[in-house]
Write a protein that binds this ligand. Structure first.
Ligand code: SF4
Length: 267
């Protein structure tokens, strides 16, 4: 199952093809296994926690390790491992740019489908639409992350990720194909994307697409994330953020009520 094309070039990305020894790793995150065909993520979200999870010190959004042999490893493991739910994209987006050419996620899905493993996918990309043919044949559900309806927010904090309109159109298409879809609104950045009107409009839009399952999470601050997002915040917000994250403002406790009107909180 070797790839039959040349190494892919993506502008601004130091891309390496690597081999993996294991593919389906044990998970405790609402699934039995985690599967990540890529290490690194070209969406380059400014608030991304992934570098802290995988402890990779390379500048996030500038590199990508492509696990070239992962479909083959999945095909072997799926024959021997106990069946269980596989979370695809537990750390990085399985439908980022490189997937268009490499099709590693698609090839892994085929193997999992053949061996009756259910999957749960989390993505920000409309590229998932390409794999509807496989997803329809297996037990699957897809979660989209949408942080705001405002594409300027997306441009600032998720500069290389698909637009909001592209994600909404993908949700519509998957729902029409009968694939269960849920939405994760997160991270919520105080005063940036968590205004009551904005969240209500987002909820209404999702409900109009028949998405009823909505989850919300707040931005968890780390030193590295603070350095990245501080210059991107509106000028008047730095002091508020210092109070919320480094002072004694119980902002997120006060927001529990309003956030709960939108969906289930995961914090
Ligand atoms: S899509 Fe997810 S993994 Fe990729 S940069 Fe954004 S937050 Fe990180």
């Amino acid at each position: 199952m070797e790839l039959e094309f040349e190494k892919v070039e993506i502008e601004g990305l130091d891309l390496k093809e690597v081999s993996c020894k294991t593919a389906l790793s044990r998970s405790r995150l609402e699934a039995d296994y985690a599967l990540n065909p890529y290490q690194g993520c070209s969406h380059g979200c400014e608030y991304c926690y992934a570098p802290y999870v995988i402890r990779d010190e390379r500048p996030w959004g500038t590199f990508l390790d492509v696990k070239r042999n992962i479909p083959k490893v999945v095909s072997q493991e799926a024959k021997t491992k106990k069946k269980g739910l596989v979370r695809i994209g537990s750390v990085t987006d399985p439908y980022q740019k490189a997937e268009r050419e490499y099709k590693l996620t698609r090839r892994c899905l085929k193997q999992l489908s053949k061996n009756d493993f259910p999957v749960l996918i989390q993505t920000k990309s409309d590229l998932v639409k390409r794999d509807v043919d496989i997803l329809k044949k297996m037990e699957s559900d897809v979660g989209f992350t949408i942080t705001s309806l405002d594409d300027d927010f997306r441009k600032t904090f998720e500069p290389n990720a698909p637009t909001v309109a592209e994600r909404l159109s993908a949700i519509k298409e998957l729902k029409e194909e009968g694939i269960p879809v849920w939405v994760f609104i997160g991270p919520l950045l105080p005063y940036e994307n968590d205004g009551e009107d904005d969240l209500n409009r987002l909820k209404e839009t999702l409900n109009s697409l028949d998405v009823e399952e909505i989850y919300l999470d707040k931005l968890n601050m780390r030193k590295g994330i603070w350095h990245k997002i501080r210059p991107l915040l509106r000028d008047d917000l730095e002091e508020d953020y210092r109070d919320i994250y480094f002072g004694d403002d119980d902002y997120f406790e006060r927001k529990r009520g309003p956030y709960s009107e939108i969906g289930k909180l995961v914090f």
